[in-house]
Design a protein around this ligand. Sequence first.
Ligand code: SIN
Length: 289
Amino acid sequence: MKNTAITVRPMSAYTGAEIFDVDLREPLEEQAYLEIRQAINDWGAVFFRAQNLTPAQQLAFARRFGTAEEDTHVSNMTGVDGLPEVKEVTKEADDLRNIGGFWHMDQSFYDLPSSFSVLYARELPPNGGDTMFSHLSAAYDSLSPGLQKTLEGLSGVHVRAHADSSGINSAASGLSFEYYVESVARFAGMEATHPLVAMHPESGRKVLYFSPVYTDRFEGWTRDESLPLMKYLTGVLGKPEHTCRFRWEEGSMAMWDNRAVVHYALDDYTGHRRMMHRVTVNGPWLERC
Ligand code: SIN
C-alpha cells in the first residue's frame, strides 16, 4: 500500500518504524489509521515524535485499535486523570528495578493478552531509559525448518509471577527475596497457555510467541527440560539484527503489537525518575497454525 496520509521511516531491517506527518491530538482521517495499522503489521512497532497529548487524547487514539483494558493486574500502575485505562508506569530515582526490564509481550499470562500497547513519555531521565523491540516473525523465520517444525507442536505456559523473579534472564535483579515471595503468593495461579508458534491474524506471518521471562516451560514438559531450549530461543530473540532501539524524547509515543514483537525497558538510569503513560487494548488474537 502506498502511503498517502503519513510518512513511514523504517528503523532497521525487520523491526520498528518512525511515523511522521501526524498530529495525534485530534481524530485522524480513516486513511491515516489504515496506514498506521499497515505500518504496525509491517514493522511490529511504530513511533511518533513531538506529540503533545493529554491522557484522554492518548486513550482516544488507542481505542481506534481495540477495546482499552482497565484491569491489567500489573503492580505499581494506577489510572490517571480518572481514566482507569491510562496507567502510570513509573520508576522513581531510588527504585531498584523498572517495570518491563526483560523481553516480554504485555499480559501474556492472560488467556486474551493485550494486542496493542500505546506508551507515551511524560518524564524522562537525562540519558538511558530506552526501550528495545524484537520481531517475533524475524525470530521464527531465522530458525531451521527442523526446529520450526518441532516448535510448531509446542505450547508455552506464561506465568505472571515471573515478572518479579529472575526468570531465566536475571530479569528483575535488585528485588528483595521477601518482595518476590509476596509477589508469587499474590499472583499465584495467574497463568495462561499459548501456542509457541502462531499465525498473526493481520500480517499472516508466523510468530515465535515466546518470552524469556513469562514463559515458564513448555506445556507437558518440566521446567528443567524446557530451560535449555528456552535459553536458545532467548538468544534468537535478542539477536541484534532482530531488534530496534527507541530513544525517547519529550512527547514521544510508541505503539507496538504484542502479537508481533517483544519489548524490553532498559534499566540504566538509576538516580533519575522516568514516568510513562500506558494504554493496552484487546483485539483479535493469534491463530493456532
Ligand atoms: C512496558 O513493559 O510495558 C513498559 C515499557 C517501557 O517502560 O519502556
